[in-house]
Design a protein around this ligand. Structure first.
Ligand SMILES: [Fe+2]
Length: 146
């Protein structure tokens, strides 16, 4: 049974932050997010720890951790440690707090969390790329970072 509500996030030009290496990472993140988006939420979960949803989430998180470190290294190397930079790093940290909360709900067998989790992740990433990363991208581009 396929999920009728499955939606895919397609890459669009407005996602580009003007730093090709980061854009490539964002494309990969959206592809991992789209695996979660194609998950059939109506299927029986069984053991949440062994569910495909959990595996997709772990794959996304593994790459997200690598990606955050990359962005933070670029910021440390090229940008001033001002309020914007600090807030950006705090935003990355707060992502993990939310993930942990959602994962705990998932492990407790909260049926509604599947949709909440995927909706939250879509919203977080789109918003983060369009707002926070765009701002960082402008600063990095100005300094010739690719
Ligand atoms: Fe970021």
């Amino acid at each position: 049974m396929s999920d009728q509500n499955s939606k895919q996030i397609l890459w669009r030009e407005e996602f580009s932050i003007g730093v090709p290496s980061i854009d490539d990472q964002h494309k990969r993140l959206l592809a991992l997010l789209n695996q979660l988006n194609s998950f059939d939420h109506d299927q029986a979960i069984g053991d949440p720890q062994a569910s495909p949803l959990m595996e997709m989430l772990e794959n996304l998180n593994e790459y997200a951790a690598h990606h955050f470190l990359n962005e933070e290294a670029l910021m440390r190397e090229h940008l001033a440690p001002d309020e914007k930079t600090v807030n950006h790093i705090v935003a990355h940290r707060s992502y993990w707090t939310i993930i942990l909360t959602l994962k705990n709900r998932l492990l407790k067998g909260d049926a509604k969390v599947n949709r909440d989790l995927v909706e939250y992740l879509n919203g977080w990433w789109i918003n983060h790329i369009l707002m926070t990363d765009q701002e960082m991208g402008r600063e990095l581009s100005r300094r010739g970072v690719e």
